[in-house]
Design a protein. Sequence first.
Length: 133
Amino acid sequence: MSSIDIENVATAHPAVAMAACIGARHPKWDERPIIIVVKRPNTEVTREELLAFYKDKVAKWQIPDDVIFMESIPIGATGKIQKNRLREMLKDYVLPSLVQAQTGGGAEEPQQQQQQQQTKPAVEGSALPQQQQ
């Protein structure tokens, strides 16, 4: 399955305006897909709802490992999503399942990490992860 297919499933959800799929480092599989999502105005969707939306549409192993919500996704002059910029913005991203395994923590720790990685608007309408100190 290509990243475009994963993006198309996400954008089929009524609350999703735009989506981009990139790989996140994984110790066993090298990379696992994550989906970066921009919500439509005045709509709500949670990580769990969006991942559940994939269940009858793709094989279980093709479901993204995480959902990251951003205000915007970087777009080039030709209208293409700039995945290289997304990869750079999320280069230090760690999958919630790996954080949980490393810390031995419960289900709350991945949510806390995701909150720390919430995005803020940046120059040119793109979104960047907040710097962790």
